[in-house]
Design a protein around this ligand. Sequence first.
Ligand code: ASP
Length: 337
Amino acid sequence: MKKLLFLAALPVFIGLTSFIAPVNDRPIVIVIHAGAGNMDRSKMSAENIKIVTDKLNEAMDVGHKILENGGSSTDAVEATLNVMENAGIFDAGKGAIFNQDGKVELDASIMQGVDLKAGSVAAVMTIKNPISAARAVMDHTKHVMLVARGAEEFAKSQGLQIVDNSYFYTDGAMNDWKNWKAREDSIRKSGHNSIEEKPNHFGTCGVVALDKQGNIAAGTSTGGVSFKKPGRVGDSPIIGAGTYADNTSCAVSCTGTGEYFIRLGVAKDIASMVLYKGYSLQKALATALDKVKNLGGEGGIISLDKNGNFAIDFTTNAMNRAYIDKNGKRDVQIFRN
Ligand code: ASP
């Protein structure tokens, strides 16, 4: 009887094994962004375009190599974001924008789709690579989010690199802060309360990746928005708002005016549209960005599913973005074409 059952199951088994692709043939994909914003194309020099595109390529290659070698999507996300955090040209890690006090305060989060594990840190001022601290929260605590001093002490205890806040300063961020400060001072002098201007956010970094095991992951790292109040936390470190990953739906990383992304729970909203409504990634992203726009916000989103389908969309006139798809095709763009 047992033998009969085994024989009956054999064709099914053979069918299944011939259907499952060998590990080396399984698709790997990486999609990254370095913020969305409104920028005059004519004001960006060819040299600056090259600096940004070279760095996007370099960061993406680091993650792609990990995926190629069979590493996990979580490792690829973290390593890619480390390159971006160290670059000194994005609003993440070194190069991040200043808060109103003229200090850098960083947020980051990471999530893996295989088991819905996630970690994040917010309002940290001395952790060189916030995405690695977020990863450590995920891997080595029973919590999801640590903030400020507690996050910094935890990062130190994990052997992560601790730096003085001045490590993050760059001339670009300093000039941006001086301009905001001058405008704020003159507005206050004229009797008004505070600056009403919208931040020209540009530079938050995010990555979504698919590995050979068929697992997706997402991560986001940022200094937040220009001239934010000290202690302000945006969407980027909030799981479900700026970052989400679930193998049954998709991995998502957002950029834009974080307050709107928090109020709408954008990253999880996209995953839910895909899972419960059967939306394509394109349709889910467009729907989510519409909701953000209707509230008065703007931004961009990258998303990827476990079959290697991905989507990139934004409502600003530019978004630093790049990908290597499952066929090895590579693209890097800054402006809307
Ligand atoms: N979403 C980020 C925040 O609100 C900023 C950005 O993506 O540009 O902190």
